[in-house]
Design a protein around this ligand. Structure first.
Ligand code: GDP
Ligand code: MN
Length: 388
């Protein structure tokens, strides 16, 4: 889950990472006035709180020198639809703006901690060329990027932090400010089970290092250890994804029009691939899990139907511990309770599949049964209006 900049900065503040002085987070332009009174005199910085980087270039970061300027920026920013190079052609509506005290920048550094899956460890990625996107830096000046694995228990040790400061060319009087900040950031990354902690830029000011920006991605598999952000609603998730999360069903919304209800992640992947091979496009990835009973089937239908793009539903169940006849009963019971307005294709395989198919056939319910995954995929594509 991605955190907004101000949420990330709250975590940084809690461990005493130096930050620009916080003014407030506003959702109405008029709120800017009282915030400016609380802060020192300008310049102030207004920053659009959206889950994408590259805001600076897209008009989402503004330096205001006068209160009138700050009000004008707030007015322009709130409600603005923003597209940055990280939004992939889509736009994000700016609902909130962070107001901070402006900071005098001497030099911008790049600092991040991420997981390197190849070596199975957190890795530090730093550069003395901060401010610009790391992707640009990596392609134009890869020699300016320093990459160092850090121990996932000990974090960044003092000697390694000092060596890094020298490698980055940090002026001698600021080395201790750098090492303290770097070590704290790595520790925070580890303690909070993050998958990304990116400070771009980490700036050198006359008073030492300050984290000017914060991009944090948490590892959802570790949410059970972090009640503080487990309760947070994932801004990027759709209504269907929110509902699925509540019921512990793995669901990911996709762009196509065939809703898939499958048991097991591997089968879900296989189903999506087969649909694509048949010329169609899946609307989601939904794994009802091993304990697919009537209640879960019903819930899964409801989640799939929250997506208005769904033109047909494909149920693909491989009976192992869960028996196909039970699934068939579950489907019928669910259909009795809810009016399905789209065609339903069902493929049951494995334990008691014959019995399951018989139950469906005898029920007289309008659904399309399929004899194999390939057959099911083709029938679904046809039911959804043909190849895409
Ligand atoms: P991003 O473009 O979404 O990554 O937003 P950032 O928070 O990184 O801001 C973009 C750029 O705005 C930074 O690299 C700085 O150059 C500039 N900037 C942001 N805050 C301040 C500030 O307080 N003072 C000054 N002088 N520049 C700032
Ligand atoms: Mn940035």
């Amino acid at each position: 889950m991605k955190l907004l900049e101000y949420e990330g900065k709250e975590l940084l503040r809690a461990v005493q990472v130096p930050l620009p002085e916080f003014g407030g987070v506003i959702d109405k332009p008029a709120q800017v006035n009282s915030i400016l009174k609380r802060l020192k005199k300008g310049p102030w910085v207004l920053k659009a709180q959206v889950l994408a980087g590259g805001r600076g270039k897209a008009g989402g970061v503004k330096l205001a020198k006068t209160p009138a300027e700050a009000r004008a920026f707030a007015k322009a920013m709130i409600g603005m639809k923003m597209a940055t190079h990280q939004t992939h052609g889509q736009t994000l509506k700016v609902e909130q703006v962070l107001v901070e005290q402006g900071v005098k920048i001497e030099k911008e550094f790049y600092f991040s901690v991420a997981i390197d899956r190849k070596i199975g460890s957190p890795v530090l990625i730093v550069s003395s060329q901060g401010g610009m996107e790391i992707e640009t830096l990596a392609s134009e000046h890869p020699e300016e990027i320093i990459k160092k694995p850090v121990d996932s228990v000990y974090g960044l040790l003092p000697f390694a932090a000092r060596a890094l400061a020298f490698e980055l060319g940090v002026p001698a009087e600021y080395v201790s400010s750098f090492t303290k900040t770097a070590m704290t950031l790595v520790k925070l990354f580890i303690n909070k089970d993050m998958s990304l902690l990116e400070i771009n830029p980490l700036v050198l000011t006359p008073k030492g290092f300050v984290a000017l920006d914060a991009k944090i991605v948490t590892d959802d598999n570790a949410l059970f250890r972090h009640a503080d952000f487990a309760s947070r609603v994932d801004i990027e998730s759709s209504p269907a994804e929110k509902e699925a999360k509540k019921h512990d069903i793995s669901y990911v919304g996709l762009d196509g029009n065939i809703g898939c209800m499958v048991n097991g992640a591997g089968l879900a992947m296989g189903t999506m691939d087969t649909i694509a091979l048949a010329g169609g496009s899946p609307a989601n990835f939904l794994d009802v899990g091993g304990a697919a009973n009537q209640e879960r089937v019903e819930r899964a239908f409801k989640i799939i139907l929250k997506d208005p793009k769904v033109k047909t539903i494909l149920v693909n169940i491989f009976g192992g511990i869960v028996r196909c006849d039970m699934i068939a009963e579950g489907i019928l019971a669910a259909l009795k309770k809810m009016k399905l307005k789209v065609p339903l294709v069902v493929r049951l395989e494995g334990t008691n599949s014959d019995k399951g198919r018989e139950i469906l056939d005898r029920s007289g319910t309008r659904l399309i049964t399929a004899s194999s995954l390939w057959d099911a995929a083709q029938k679904s594509v046809q039911a959804a209006g043909g190849k895409i």
